[in-house]
Design a protein around this ligand. Structure first.
Ligand SMILES: Cc1ncc(COP(=O)(O)O)c(C=O)c1O
Length: 372
């Protein structure tokens, strides 16, 4: 089976881990972090083009810490899209604030600006646009609205390492941005995360939040957590970051092969990459108009060894937890997407020949299944 995503580890990662293990420094409780974490942070900040990167131990931790850094808490509202991984909304709940779940645009699967506007209240403190599947959100209007209303913008860039918007990398577009290095991601440390920002004060707060609000030790000044990235993870991350351009090139090549092979199929929508936007192709998403066919196509693809998958079958507001707390929302596009999208593998381990084969098999199945 060609999996939907796979971690790519080589001799260099092994060597980096060995060096950390032999150094005896496995972690660092001080706010400034250990030597490997600091090296990874510097390299990541320079890659994204921001002043600060703060390494943490998951993308969820990154989101929670970012929300704590801007002071989100009980009584506040934070606007999130209905169609994303559930961590985006859960991080808001963890602070005691209320996630306000809004609809997406169907052509990009990203948060709808119109829906954000409608959801604004006196209590809105922040918006979390998610660069879903690796396609950047149209950030200029989001930032204009935020400026007008005095809101913070936290980019959820968990799926968007290396994606670009108008010549700038995502992660440097909002006030803060959060990345994940979970094992399926474009680059991975197994588990891990990073917050990026150009704001010196927020960066300083984040370094303290990731280690229980401490500065010098036992001087906790604010509520934080143990969100420190272990040195082994940071060492792996640094090697992975050095490989990212190759990874992104292979993903793009495979996505282009799929788009060429699948183009022109009736009742089928392929992912778009608007002018000025650079997708990082974390996930290649196909949408079928006929809702009854999606699951059949995915099953058949799996049978022939193609690890097609569905992200996400359940929009956030339909998960049991959020059903209890969500306003009575009807994000119709998110609901439709959850019933009609599926993803095909484009990760760097997929060869050119395999990508062509995936395209051919998918076309065959879509023609057959959509004609039935
Ligand atoms: C959009 C999105 N946000 C947040 C997260 C949370 O990241 P993590 O799994 O590293 O906690 C993920 C990834 O899993 C994600 O895809």
């Amino acid at each position: 089976m060609i999996p939907i995503n796979v971690p790519i580890m080589g001799e260099e990662e092994v060597q980096a881990v060995r060096e950390v293990l032999e150094s005896g420094r496995l972690t660092e409780w001080r706010p400034e972090g250990g030597p490997a974490a600091r090296r990874f942070e510097e390299a990541f900040a320079s890659y994204i083009g921001v002043k600060h990167a703060i390494a943490v131990n998951s993308g969820t931790a990154a989101l929670h810490a970012a929300l704590l850094a801007i002071g989100v808490g009980k009584g506040d509202e934070v606007i999130v899209p209905a169609f994303t991984f559930v961590a985006t909304a859960n991080a808001v709940l963890l602070t005691g604030a209320k996630p306000v779940i809004v609809d997406i645009d169907l052509d990009t699967y990203n948060i709808s600006l119109e829906a954000v506007r409608k959801a604004l209240t006196k209590r809105t403190k922040a918006v979390i646009p998610v660069h879903l599947y690796g396609l950047p959100v149209d950030m200029d209007p989001v930032m204009e609205l935020a400026e007008e209303k005095g809101l913070y913008v936290i980019e959820d860039a968990a799926q968007a390492h290396g994606a670009e918007y108008k010549g700038r990398k995502v992660g440097g577009l909002g006030h803060l941005a959060c990345f994940s290095f979970y094992s399926s991601k474009v680059i991975t440390t197994g588990e891990g995360g990073m917050v990026t920002t150009n704001d010196d004060e927020l960066a300083d707060r984040l370094r303290s939040i990731r280690t229980h609000g401490q500065r010098k030790g036992y001087d906790t000044e604010r509520l934080g957590h143990n969100y420190r990235m272990p040195e082994v993870q940071a060492a792996i991350g640094l090697v992975q970051l050095n490989r990212i351009e190759n990874f992104l090139r292979s993903r793009r090549r495979n996505a282009e092969i799929l788009s060429e092979g699948l183009s022109g199929l009736e009742g089928t929508h392929l992912p778009i990459e608007p002018r000025g936007f650079k997708h990082c192709w974390y996930l290649y998403t196909v949408r079928v108009e006929d809702q009854k066919k999606r699951d059949k196509v995915v099953r058949e693809l799996n049978k022939v060894g193609i690890g097609a998958a569905v992200y996400y079958r359940t929009p956030i507001h339909r998960t049991p937890l959020h059903l209890k707390v969500a306003r009575k929302v009807r994000p119709v596009n998110a609901e439709l997407a959850s019933r009609t999208v599926f993803q095909l593998p484009v990760h760097p381990k997929v060869t050119e020949e395999q990508a062509k084969w995936i395209a051919n098999e998918t076309v065959k199945l879509l023609r057959r299944k959509l004609a039935e």
